[in-house]
Design a protein around this ligand. Structure first.
Ligand code: URA
Length: 442
């Protein structure tokens, strides 16, 4: 078999067999197939697509490219969560300790920034010393002992996704349904959790811009999960404007910590509550939605009656950070997180209401500041990012601040400012924000 022939077959609209997909994934994982041939294949798949059977074969080949963890020796239902990617999407940072504090074991496998979106692993690395590059043994031990662990793709776990993910990030081949479904589900199946809760984003900041495509992706992933006998639930949520107010790695960590202190933005808190409810139900620690919501409220509220739980929950996040080599004191002192040296604002040029923030453009603005990768070798700047003062539906006066940009480089700042300003649409009519939760598929 030759990779050249497979690229040609797909390019010409052909359907790849299981043997061909296995050959391609094995060859790429062990380095026999070079990046340039795989890039051509990804682009061919991007344009031609894959059918359901090909997507299943691709997912299983990627999942089996390394170890498939068996966590059955750890008591209780182990739950994993994954987002299809968005702008300002720091959900895992707040949600996983919340759910863990409620007694569900979290065994999560995450990724880095992808395209215009940020990644949980990059964000967590804002904690000085934090590493998701832990061994499979450490991952299992942490799930067992502290009830929470987050690992990245490694040489042992989903190595094919590790390589493909980095390649797709810089070759404009992210937003294809089969490639997203196989990337996410291969990680979820390899990491061994019993239940998987998916956050499928839709809107201008998502890879699936149209609602019907997001539902189709959700359906595909739920079916891949069920096929592997994992309880899989998908929540379809809005990404038509950035989630919360912070965009950028360390800045999002700060917002997640604020949310754990009960002071999070409304849209972000609502999303955490919905996904958290699904995770508590899937984890079997609650029997009804009301009970789950109440438990989660207890964990996020900042009232004095709930101080004990708040402490407990803070300790859990600190445990996650500490257990994975990070400086856990930054959880209690977010001022220790990386900070950019220049802060500038963009302002409204007229009175009116924010009607739209073109969400992927806001993500690109953060990337231009240095918060994302231009090439596979790029190092990202964890400290840079954006803080939105105004969101959709907010009234603004001419000259009022719309957003802050945190930067370390004046030239990058100039580019990002222009991009972010163009992303804001201000008009005379008030436009209501849409709902955060669009649907749930089981
Ligand atoms: N998240 C992933 O892990 N993979 C994708 O392809 C998109 C989002």
């Amino acid at each position: 078999m030759r990779m050249y022939d497979l690229i040609m077959k797909k390019r010409n609209g052909g359907v790849l067999s299981k043997e061909e997909i296995d050959f391609m994934i094995k060859g790429y994982t062990c380095g026999e197939i070079p990046d340039y041939q795989m890039s051509a294949m990804m682009m061919a798949i991007y344009f031609v697509g894959m059918n359901e059977e090909e997507t299943l074969f691709l997912t299983m080949a990627m999942a089996k490219s390394g170890e498939m963890l068996d966590l059955s020796g750890i008591s209780g239902v182990k739950v994993d969560k994954h987002s299809t990617g968005g702008v300002g999407d720091k959900t895992s940072l707040a949600l996983t300790p919340m759910v863990s504090a409620c007694g569900v074991k979290i065994a999560k496998m995450s990724g880095r920034g992808l395209g215009h979106t940020g990644g949980t692993i990059d964000k967590l690395e804002s904690f000085p010393g934090f590493s998701t590059d832990i061994t499979v043994q450490e991952f299992e031990k942490n799930v067992n002992e502290i009830g929470i662990a987050i690992i990245g793709q490694t040489k042992e776990l989903a190595p094919a996704d590790k390589k493909l993910y980095a390649l797709r990030d810089v070759t404009a081949t992210v937003d294809n349904m089969s490639l997203i479904a196989s990337s996410i589900m291969s990680k979820k199946l390899a990491a061994g959790a019993d239940a998987i809760v998916l956050d499928v984003k839709t809107g201008s900041g998502a890879f699936m811009k149209r609602e019907e495509d997001a539902f189709a992706l959700a359906k595909e992933m739920v079916s891949l999960g069920k096929n592997a006998r994992r309880n899989t639930i998908a929540v379809i949520s809005d990404m038509d404007q950035p989630l919360g107010r912070a965009i950028g790695n360390a800045m999002e960590v700060r917002e997640a910590i604020e949310t754990l202190n009960g002071k999070g933005p409304e849209d972000f808190t609502k999303l955490c509550m919905t996904l958290g409810t699904m995770m508590l139900l899937a984890g079997g620690v609650c029997q009804t939605q009301e009970e789950a919501e109440q438990k989660l409220q207890e964990v996020i509220q900042n009232g004095s009656a709930l101080q004990k739980l708040a402490q407990e929950k803070m300790a859990l996040e600190a445990q996650l950070v500490k257990a994975q080599g990070g400086d856990e004191s930054a959880v209690f002192h977010p001022e220790k997180l990386p900070k950019a040296s220049i802060v500038e604002t963009i302002c409204a040029d007229k009175d009116g209401y924010v009607q739209k923030i073109v969400c992927d453009e806001a993500g690109v603005a953060s990337l231009l500041l240095g918060g994302g990768r231009e090439t596979k070798e790029s190092r990202i700047d964890l400290s840079v990012g954006i803080l939105l003062h105004k969101k959709v539906g907010d009234a603004v006066k001419k000259g009022e601040v719309l957003a802050e940009l945190h930067a370390n480089d004046a030239a990058k700042l100039a580019l990002a400012k222009e991009r972010l300003l163009a992303a804001y649409h201000i008009g005379t009519e008030k436009r209501e924000e849409g709902p955060v939760i669009i649907g749930i598929l089981k």
